[in-house]
Ligand binder design. Structure first.
Ligand code: BT5
Length: 239
């Protein structure tokens, strides 16, 4: 693993994408501040001040895209959830890639595959975790309830210690995950889920599907049941 630490950048994912050709497999880009953090579907990730985590993994597992790479966000959710456990915090995973504590969003994950002329240049897997935010900072997140680890445990969090724990957890089983896929994390992912066996609305681009969240299949996809028919959802947002 190599690490590049930056004082400030627009987005660690953008930095990794823009430099993908020169960055080696398993390079980690860590920025202290991030001025234009990106979420999925053009949403934004807010920098709530120094001491919060903004990090991207540059991964080059093969020259062509494999389905398992879509599950890397779920793998990272599980890694984060395990690190939070070390702080005495139990988290819930909301399909596909939200990690919540007491129903509030503590982290966001953004995975981007960089493909050129049908070959895979790399995957950029970015994560932002609120580690040291004030209540006033969290109020800047308008669309949903957010939290930060320091507020959950009533003490400030050492950013570098937390980062080290997350990187160790991630690289511990990363190679195994790439060869084995979702089944490696299935039981942990499911035991921490907060969305199954409920009636859900799922936004898929400009369409909203409703149905009963029956299960997550062996590829990590959400299976909704509506009028006795199954709908397999690969990408979407639970509303
Ligand atoms: C995500 O998108 O949650 C993925 C966020 C990924 C951020 C990391 S930081 C390092 C790397 N570099 C980047 O540029 N990005 C990655 P999504 O599921 O679309 O959720 C976005 C929504 O989360 C926003 O619309 C807000 O509602 C909420 N949000 C924004 N900032 C937040 C924060 N600091 N804490 C909690 N929620 C936040």
């Amino acid at each position: 693993m190599r690490e590049i630490v930056l004082d400030e950048i627009d987005s660690t994912n953008s930095y990794a994408k823009n430099n993908i050709g020169e960055l080696a497999d398993k390079t980690v880009i860590h920025a202290m501040r991030q001025s234009s953090g990106r979420g999925r579907l053009n949403r934004i990730w807010l920098d709530l001040g120094l001491g919060n985590l903004f990090l991207s993994f540059v991964l080059k597992p093969s020259g062509t895209y494999k389905k398992v790479y879509a599950n890397l966000t779920q793998y990272l959710c599980v890694c984060l959830s395990k690190v939070l456990e070390k702080y005495g915090v139990t988290s819930q995973i909301k399909w596909p890639n939200d990690v919540l504590v007491n129903d509030k969003k503590i982290a966001g994950i953004l995975s981007e595959a960089i493909v050129s002329k049908s070959s895979l240049k790399g995957i950029v897997l970015g994560i932002g975790v609120n580690l040291n935010a004030s209540k006033a900072d969290l109020d800047k997140v308008k669309e949903r309830h957010a939290t930060s680890l320091n507020l959950e445990v009533n003490k400030s969090i050492d950013l570098n210690v937390f980062k080290k724990e997350l990187l160790e957890e991630f690289f511990l089983d990363y190679d195994k995950f790439i060869s084995q896929g979702f089944s490696l994390i299935e039981s942990y992912y499911l035991s921490h889920n907060c969305f199954l066996h409920k009636n859900l609305q799922v936004q898929m681009f400009d369409k909203i599907e409703t149905g009963y969240a029956d299960r997550v299949n062996s590829d990590g996809e959400l299976v909704l049941v509506k009028d006795k028919k199954e709908l397999v959802i690969t990408i979407g947002d639970i509303l």
